[in-house]
Ligand binder design. Sequence first.
Ligand SMILES: O=C(O)CCC(=O)C(=O)O
Ligand SMILES: [Fe+2]
Length: 633
Amino acid sequence: MELEQLGWLQDDELAINDTSTDKRKRELAFVSRANGERTVTSEWALHGVCEGTHRFLGGFRKGDGQENVAVRPSSSIAVRHASPGFPRLPGRERRFAGPQEAAERVKVAEAGKKDWDEATIDSTVKILQEILNDRNRRAKQDLERRVRSGTGVREFRGRCCGAADEPTPEAEQDIAYRLIEDFTKPSALREAAGPIMEWAQEIFGNVKRKGAKAGQSMDEETEIQVMRDVVKECLIRYVVKLINVENSESFAANSHDAGLLATPQGYTIGDLESLDVDCIKGLMERGYGIQENFLDADKTGDVFRELEMIDYDGKLSVVQQQKMVGHRSDKICWVNYEGLDREKQPGLLELFKKMISIPFELNKKCNLYLQASGSFQIASYPPQAFYKKHLDGGYDAKLNNGRKVTAIFYANKDWTPSEGGQLRIYKRRPNPYQLEKGAEEMKDDQVEDDVDPTAGRLVLFRSRDIPHEVLVTQRKRFAVSLWLPGPAGPGEMLKGTRATYGLEPRCVEAVGCRKLVGKLQRLERAGVFGKVNNVEEVTSVLANAMDGASDNGQFTLVEEIPPGTNDVRGSRLTCGCPVFCRREGWATGGLCGPGVLLQTAVLRGVGVGGRAGLNTCAACYPTTNNCFLLDQR
Ligand SMILES: O=C(O)CCC(=O)C(=O)O
Ligand SMILES: [Fe+2]
């Protein structure tokens, strides 16, 4: 097996990639440490993504000095000896830096930026470019994966495995593509060169200091390689951070794009506590949630007056599409935040800001992988208008317009049921993933709720799953809608528990996990959703691979967490056991055999004995690579 060092993750942790040509193995990344003998004998962890049905997302760390490490996603990969390129490194437990920490570091580094002279910056930019383009642009691909992780945004076509670097016409339109290109062009790298190099120097200095303390030193060749790896990692992290900031800001500005993942870290445009737990729970469980007073009465009044003005000014028009004739009779226009008049539209400004924040808040609290969005539809339904039953999105190629969640705000004062115009919500249809797993197809849509378009009310629903209509209205009725794009697969369901919606996922460190057969071990960087105590639901916390799409790599179902603590007594550890593993006799009944057993179809419960506990390590978000160093595809 060939191994390639992907780069430094944090001081003394190294990411290693299996570079063998077998595509199924390609994306495995080991996070590892080497001892002086250049063999993996100390603690190691692994994280990875295997393509196809054996994809797994997750990671754990084991603490004994075992030399053979094998992962069996679809075939076995054994790390017997680390690659000769392994540097001598001091050993120390260390967590990965979170984005805040990274941002702090960037800030520190930025402080000294001015001291860099032109010639040094020029040569640094050359080095950075070289790193990005080295070895079939591996660093750039890594950057791309991190930028795109979880977004469902198109992959670069034909780029995998170092294919030709020709962007397709579509790629050029793709926001991720554009941002990556923008932030890696020479002029942008000139700006970033100083901070990145200073940051890298700081980390490198730490590594050396720690090495010296432990009486270890690197030879010159190793030192160069290590520094290069550190620079590469800093470069990628720095650019990812800039792109995330750019992404979140652009949606308070003037973007019409379906954007990148709405990453809550560092989000400052609006607050991320606008939604009630019940509203989120409703969205996750029955497919729709309702929230009153999303905007206060004064601001809602402003919104109403501003909508009246828009209508009065003749800015709204009927939808001309042939297929819509007889199907809807409202008038609409599309507006984004930047298109608003700061003086004359304070209500809509406030509303847009709050609605733009919704995907960021939902991503913080659920596993929906929503993208940022900033294009609002303003609709006016004159008396007798309607919008017949429809879905806003779908799953198959024809219907999938990317929309995952519909958010609608109403500003119509004192609405009474006799005035009609209700949003009629039908029962959530089972999605293809549920059908595949045996859920029953629904023959006819059944009415679930009639929602008055009352002032201050926000409705969220699953665009792909909830049939809905607007009943004939007797009075003019306004609606402000925002569609939040997101991938159809991930996050459609969280399995194993219903108690975790609306709770912030966080990393956990599981101490004292015992596999069914074997000794006490540590389990790190599992994800856990909040601290709750819900006896009714049996499992109160779900800790899993955080991809939300599958049970792959899912580890921990926790039975109870006493209120107000993160300590867990009597948890159960689960992990997947692929059928082939059992066939080949690999199933030793636990997570940590000589082979790491990874889930495909069957889940196994593994007892966790004794002192099992989950301690939060940091509030974090699954797709930001800070606790899961994963590329999520
Ligand atoms: O205005 C509403 O309540 C719903 C409108 C709607 O379904 C749509 O615009 O797709
Ligand atoms: Fe709709």
